[in-house]
Design a protein around this ligand. Sequence first.
Ligand code: NAD
Length: 519
Amino acid sequence: MTAANPPPAHAPAVNAGAMAGLVHRPPFHGRLLIDGAWADAADGATLERRSPAHGTVASIHARAGRADAARAIAAARRAADHGPWPRMKGAQRASVLRAVAERLLDRRQELARMETLETGKPLAQSLDEVGAAADLWHYAAALARNLHGDSYDTLGEQTLGVVLREPLGVVGIVTPWNFPLLIVSQKLPFALAAGCTAVVKPAEETSATTLMLGEILMNAGLPPGAVNILPGGGGAVGEVLAAHPDIDMLSFTGSTETGRKVAAASAQTLKKLSLELGGKNPQIVFADCDFEAAVDATVLGMHFNAGQCCNSGSRVLVQAAIAERFVVAVAERARQVRVGDPLDQGVQVGAITTQRQLDAILTHIEAARQAGARVVLGGGRMARPGLYVEPTVLAGVTPDMAIARQEVFGPMLAVLVFEDLDDAIDLANATLYGLSAAVWSRDFSTCLAAARRIKAGTVWVNTFLEGHAELPFGGYRRSGLGRELGRRAAEDYTQAKTLHMHLGARSHWYLPIHEGDTA
Ligand code: NAD
C-alpha cells in the first residue's frame, strides 16, 4: 500500500443504506485481455465474486487457465520483440500513460464502486486509491521521458563508453487482493514507461478494476499485446508466469509464503524478480511523543483497510512510563471507529475481504488469548451480516508470543512494552520481516537513532502510512526483494548494455616474430 490516505475521521456515519442501490446493479462481467482482444477462457471456466460486505454477486470473470496463459505470454513476447511499444519515443509512451491517468480519474466513481464491492473497503478509501493510482500513472509518464543511460568520456582519447538502458522485455505481474488497482499501478506504468510489455494476473477475488484498467489502456492507444490481463488462480496462471522462459522479469506482491514459491519457480530461468511481501510493522512510541498524534496513528495503523495492509501497524511498542495510559486511550478511540457497510458515507472500516482471511484472523486472536495476551477490546466476529471482525486490542503481549511476530492481516493491535531505546530496537527487529516502521518522539536525536537502527525499508518519523510516488518502497529481509516507486522505478524494468567504442587505429595484441628475434 502506498499513497492511500484514510477517509477523514470523526464525521458521524450518515446515509446508512442510502448507497444500497449501488449494491444491486448488475454484476461486472470480466473477460481475458489477450493480444488486444477480449476472450473467454479456452476451457470456458468462470469465477463468481460476491461482495464480502453484502453477499451479492459483484462480478463474474472468465477464469484463465494454462492454455490462456501460454497465449497471453506469446502475445506479450511478440509485442516486445516486434511490436511498436518498445520502439516508440519516450514522449509517445508518456502521452499514452498520461491518457490512462486521465481516464482513471474520469471513471473514478465506477472504479471505486467496483473496488469496494470486491474488496469490502470503504468507498471513500476506494475513491482515494483511484486518485493515488492515477498519480502513479502520471509519475511514470514523467519517468518515461527521463529514462537515460550513461556515458564515460574519461577512459582515454581512443575510448568512449556508453551505457544504454534497454527494456527488459516481457514482465509478469502478479498482484494480491488488498489494493488491486493501486498495486498494479505501482508496477505496470513503470514497466510500460521503460518499453516493456506485460502479462498481468490480478488476485482472483478482485480482478474487476484491473480488467477495467485494461479497457482504459486499449482506449488510450496502447498497441495490442503490450498488456495482457488474466484473472485466474495462483497455481494455473501465477506459477506459469514465474516459470516461463519467455517472461524476463516477474514483479510479485503477495504473502512471503507465496513469494518463496514464486522465487523457487523462477529459479530455472533465472529471471529478474521483484518481491513485495508481508510485514509486521512496529510503531515505537517513546514517552516524550505527541501523545494524541501517536494514539491517532496507532488507531489508523490497526484499522486501515481493516488491517489487511502489508504496512499495517499491527504492533505498537510503547515506553513503560506511558504504556497503561496509551492502551486505555487507543482502546477508547478504537471503540469509536465506524465499522460498517463500506458503501455508507462516514464508514472507516469495511468488511474482511475473504472468508479465509476472516477465519485466519480469528485463529490468530484465539492463539494470542491462549498464549496469555489480554483482550482489551473486541476479539471476535461482529454480530452483523457480512465478513466483519471486531477491532481488537491485545495488551500484555510478550516477544515470545506468535502474535508479536506473525502477520495477522486484520483489524488488530498487539501492544508490547519497552524500557529504553536499545530495548525498543531489539523488539522492533525481532521478526523476520522488515517492511516498515514508525518512531514517535519529540526528540529528533531519539527519532534518528531509532530510524537508523530499525531494519525496515520505510521508517516514518512522527507520522504513519503516508506515501509518495517519489519515495522508494520495499522491504528488508523476508518482506521482499527490490524497491518500487521513486526515480529509479522505470529503470528497474530495464537492463544495461555497455557500448565500448574505440576511436582510431588500434594497437595489436599479436606481435609477429621477426627473423633474428631471440627468445
Ligand atoms: P497471496 O500470496 O496469497 O497471493 C498473491 C498473488 O499471488 C495472488 O494473485 C495469487 O493468486 C498469486 N499466487 C498464489 N499462489 C501462487 C503461486 N504458487 N505462484 C504464483 N502466484 C501465486 O497473497 P494475498 O493473500 O493475495 O495478499 C496478502 C499478502 O500480500 C500479505 O502477506 C501482504 O502483506 C502481502 N502484501 C504485500 C505488499 C507489499 O507491497 N509488500 C502489498 C500488499 C500485500
